[in-house]
Design a protein around this ligand. Structure first.
Ligand code: NAD
Ligand code: DAU
Length: 340
């Protein structure tokens, strides 16, 4: 049996990937290692019963002794690393945890992959490592130009991974995914924040003039791309995963309000994000050559996501009342009062 260690598997994309594997590769054994930070959520995995095909371990990817112990005990042969601090705005407020997890944690997993001679490690990275892309599309060979503490920490992980491949022949592959949407995304990210705020008749805070463009991709398409790289990718290479949707924040907010039948007057323009990247766009030729293509249009991906949040208030209401409330106050109270 193939035994996969899915780090960060209690978060948004990681938990969707665990379910993707259950559907498409039911013979695989999956061990989730997750620290359960504010973003980790066992509700995302609650329908899985512990047994030979699924086990959960709480812990830190930067804890080398624990990683060794888990690999040995479960006879792991592949790592897919989703574990990270992931929110740009939090990286601006407090970058320390990003360096510890996204850089040191990645280093720890690379060392373990080398030491235990694992078959493969997939390092899940982001389109943000290319920095803002004023025109055209970023290819995997473009130079990295990260501009936020988050993207700089992810780019550091990418460079370490590539260096391990060059220096030691470590069989590591990189994926660089676009802005992902779908079920179980923590409500700090723009789509779940706007959907849940709209459902509560609260303002939708748009940074600056709302002209920043992102390529929104459905999480199932992102997971299928990661699985394609896991099975068919060439070690030492990066693979972009994007759907080719170019949507700015005003278009996104109005589409969400229209889907929910809420007034556009809920939109509130607030101070811009410092160092805001104004456009991401990916060239996905390399991944498409392996047979992958996105299945959801932007309209379908957004409609599915909005419907999920509308139908699953039990999932997000308790999140919005906990740690989130303090974060929201710190991030938005003043901008909303000044700009709303
Ligand atoms: P998330 O914030 O929803 O989940 C991150 C998970 O990692 C959580 O379960 C958290 O508890 C866990 N974690 C954090 N630090 C840890 C540590 N030190 N040890 C073990 N577990 C730890 O993130 P996400 O949006 O699902 O992103 C997953 C990966 O995909 C990240 O590497 C991110 O950079 C990348 N990515 C995300 C997007 C996106 O739009 N969300 C797009 C491209 C790439
Ligand atoms: O592109 C991939 C990246 O997408 C991932 O690597 C990150 O983990 C993920 O958080 C996401 O980063 P972004 O910064 O692009 O996503 P976010 O949801 O924070 O913001 C998307 C856009 O919406 C961006 O232009 C900023 C804007 N925005 C965001 C928030 C939270 C607003 O205008 N208002 C907001 O309140």
């Amino acid at each position: 049996m193939r035994k996969l260690l899915i780090t960060g598997g209690a978060g948004f994309i990681g938990s969707n990937f665990v379910h993707y594997l259950r559907r498409h590769h039911p013979d695989y054994g999956v061990v989730v290692l997750d620290k359960l930070t504010y973003a980790g959520n066992l509700d995302n995995l609650k329908d899985l019963a512990e047994g030979p095909h699924y086990q959960f371990v709480r812990g830190d990817i930067a804890d080398a002794a624990l990683v060794d112990e888990v690999i040995a005990r479960h006879q792991i042969n592949v790592i897919v690393n989703f574990a990270a601090e992931t929110h740009v705005d939090r990286s601006i407020l407090d970058p320390g945890a990003f360096i510890r997890t996204d850089v040191e944690g990645t280093y720890t997993l690379l060392e373990a992959t080398r030491k235990w001679k694992l078959e493969r490690m997939v390092q899940v990275s982001t389109d943000e490592v290319y920095g803002t892309v004023p025109e055209g599309h970023a290819t995997e060979e473009d130079k990295l130009a990260p501009r936020s503490p988050y993207s700089a920490s992810k780019a550091s992980g990418d460079l370490l991974a590539l260096a391990y491949h060059t220096t030691y022949g470590t069989p590591v592959l990189l994926t660089r995914g676009a802005n992902t949407i779908g079920p179980c995304q923590y409500p700090e990210k723009v789509v779940p924040l706007f959907v849940t705020n709209a459902l509560e008749d609260q303002p939708l805070p748009i940074y600056g003039e709302g002209k920043a463009v992102r390529d929104y991709i459905h999480v199932d398409d992102h997971c299928a791309g990661i699985a394609t790289v896991l099975h068919q990718g060439e070690p030492g290479r990066a693979y972009n995963i994007g759907a080719g949707n170019e949507v700015n924040t005003v278009q996104l907010a109005t589409a969400i309000l229209d889907l929910l039948g809420k007034p556009h007057s809920l939109i509130s323009f607030v101070a811009d994000r410092p160092g805001h990247d104004m456009r991401y766009a990916l060239d996905t030729t390399r991944l498409r050559a392996l047979g992958w293509e996105p299945r959801y249009s932007f309209a379908e991906a957004l409609a599915h996501t909005v419907a999920w949040y509308r139908e699953n208030e039990w999932w997000w209401r308790k999140l919005k009342s906990g740690e989130f409330r303090e974060y929201y106050r710190k991030q938005y109270a003043r901008p909303l009062a000044e700009g709303g």
